[in-house]
Design a protein around this ligand. Structure first.
Ligand code: NDP
Ligand code: MG
Length: 380
C-alpha cells in the first residue's frame, strides 16, 4: 500500500481529488506540481507540507517562492522540476495527473526509480505505451490505472491468473453531451456546449475529448497497452448512466464488471490501497434508485475520432503519438474559438497524412512525431 505520494498536476480535477483521498487515507505528500495556478498551489502546500513544489511556468514559480518564504519548501520550475518531483526519493507512488504528452518523460523517470505509478495521464500510454510498459517490466514498477474504465478492468481482473482467458475488454462510454446527434448537427457546436458533460466534472481537455469520443479512442489504446491486447480485443459500448465502469468478457462467456457511482475518488483510492481496499466516506451506489442501465453501439460516422483512434491503434508505430499530439493542439484551438468542433477530427487526419509513420520507434522518434504533428495543426 502507498504511504507517500508525489502528485504531478495537483491543481487539476484529478489532482484535487487525489489530495482529498490522500487526506482521508493519511498519506504523506512529498511533492506537488502544477502549471500556473499559484493561489491554489499555495493553499495545497500549506495544507500538505511537501518538501518540493514545482510550477511549470517560471513566473508562477517565482511568485510562489516569494509567498512561501516562511516555509522550508523547495520551489522549482520547468521540466527539470517535473522530473525532480517524479523521482523524489521519499515518494513510493507518483500520481500522473498532468494533462497531455508533457507527462511522458516524468512518468518514464518515475518508472526508472521503480515507483508505483497511479496513472491518470492517459496521453502518455497513447503516445509511448510500449516503451512505458516495457520500462515498467524492466524496473519492476507497478502501473495502477486511475482512469475509471481501466481501473474497472484492473479490478475485474484481480484473480485472473492467465491473461489468455480474456476474450475481450469492453470499455463503457457515457456518449458525452452530443449522443444521438449526426455529424452535420455537430458542425456548429461551440466550446460552451461541448464543456457540459452529463455525468463527470473534469478538466477542459478531457471534457472536449469526451464530447468528440476521442477520449474513448485514447482509452481503447490505453487498454491495449495496459493489458497487452490487440485492438480487436478491445471494444467500446455507449452506456449513458456511467454506472458500469467497464467489463471483461472471458473465454467461457462470463462477464465481470465493476459498478459504482461516477466518482473518481474510488479508482484513485484503489490505486493507493491495491491489492487491498480501504473504508470510504462516500456512499455506495444505490441499486434501487439508479434506474435502468442501457447500452448502444457508438456512432463512428458522427464521431470519427473513435474510428481514427482504432485505425491508429492498428497501424502502430508513431501513428498514435501523431494522433494524440494533433488532437491536443486541435482541442486547444477549438477551446480558443479558432476552429469548429468537426475540425478536430479533420486536423487529426491532416496530421496523420502529413507525418510519416516510424515503426518500433525510440523515445526520440516519438517526441519528434509529437512535435511534427503539433506543427501541422498550428500551421493549418
Ligand atoms: P486538468 O486540466 O483539470 O488539470 C491538469 C493539471 O496539469 C493541472 O494541475 C495543471 O496545472 C497541470 N498542467 C497543465 N498543463 C501543464 C503543462 N504543460 N505542464 C505541467 N503541468 C501542466 O486535467 P484533469 O485533472 O481533468 O486530467 C488530468 C489527466 O487525467 C488527463 O490526462 C486526463 O485525460 C486524465 N483523466 C482525467 C479524468 C477526470 O475525471 N478529470 C478521468 C480520467 C483520466 P494548472 O492548474 O496550473 O493549469
Ligand atoms: Mg475514463
Amino acid at each position: 500500500m502507498t504511504k507517500t505520494i508525489s502528485v504531478l498536476g495537483s491543481t487539476g480535477s484529478i489532482g484535487r481529488q487525489t489530495l482529498q483521498v490522500a487526506g482521508e487515507l493519511g498519506l504523506r505528500v512529498a511533492a506537488l506540481t502544477a502549471n500556473s495556478q499559484v493561489d491554489l498551489m499555495e493553499k495545497q502546500v500549506r495544507r500538505f507540507c511537501p518538501e518540493l513544489v514545482v510550477m511549470m511556468d517560471e513566473d508562477a514559480a517565482n511568485e510562489l517562492r516569494g509567498r512561501l518564504s516562511d516555509l522550508p519548501v523547495c520551489v522549482m520550475s520547468g521540466e527539470a522540476g517535473l522530473l525532480a518531483a517524479a523521482t523524489l526519493e521519499e515518494a513510493d507512488t507518483v500520481v500522473t495527473a498532468v494533462v497531455g504528452s508533457v507527462g511522458l518523460r516524468p512518468t518514464l523517470a518515475a518508472i526508472e526509480k521503480g515507483k508505483r505509478i497511479a496513472l491518470a495521464n492517459k496521453e502518455t500510454l497513447v503516445c509511448a505505451g510500449e516503451l512505458v510498459m516495457d520500462a515498467a517490466d524492466r524496473f519492476g514498477a507497478q502501473i495502477v490505472p486511475v482512469d475509471s474504465e481501466h481501473s474497472a478492468i484492473f479490478q475485474s481482473l484481480q484473480g485472473c491468473r492467465d491473461r489468455k482467458e480474456i476474450r475481450r475488454l469492453i470499455l463503457t462510454c457515457s456518449g458525452g453531451p452530443f449522443f444521438g446527434k449526426t455529424y452535420r448537427e455537430l458542425e456548429p457546436v461551440r466550446p460552451a456546449d461541448a464543456l457540459k458533460h452529463p455525468n463527470w466534472s473534469m478538466g477542459a481537455k478531457i471534457t472536449i475529448d469526451s464530447a468528440t469520443l476521442m477520449n474513448k479512442g485514447l482509452e481503447v489504446i490505453e487498454a491495449m497497452r495496459l493489458y497487452r491486447l490487440p485492438v480487436e480485443q478491445v471494444d467500446a459500448v455507449i452506456h449513458r448512466q456511467s454506472i458500469i465502469h467497464s467489463l471483461v468478457e472471458f473465454r467461457d462467456g462470463a462477464m465481470i464488471a465493476q459498478l459504482g457511482t461516477p466518482d473518481m475518488k474510488l479508482p484513485i483510492r484503489y490505486a493507493f490501497t491495491w491489492p487491498n481496499r480501504a473504508e470510504s466516506p462516500d456512499g455506495p451506489l444505490d441499486l434501487l434508485s439508479c434506474g435502468a442501465l442501457t447500452f448502444h453501439a457508438p456512432d463512428m460516422d458522427a464521431f470519427p475520432c473513435l474510428r481514427i483512434a482504432r485505425e491508429c491503434a492498428k497501424a502502430g508505430g508513431t501513428s498514435c503519438a501523431v494522433m494524440n499530439a494533433a488532437n491536443e493542439e486541435a482541442v486547444m484551438a477549438f477551446l480558443r474559438g479558432e476552429m469548429g468542433f468537426n475540425d478536430i477530427p479533420r486536423q487529426v487526419e491532416r496530421a496523420l497524412s502529413a507525418v510519416a509513420v516510424k515503426y518500433t520507434p525510440t523515445l526520440e522518434d516519438i517526441l519528434e512525431a509529437d512535435r511534427m504533428a503539433r506543427e501541422v495543426v498550428r500551421n493549418r
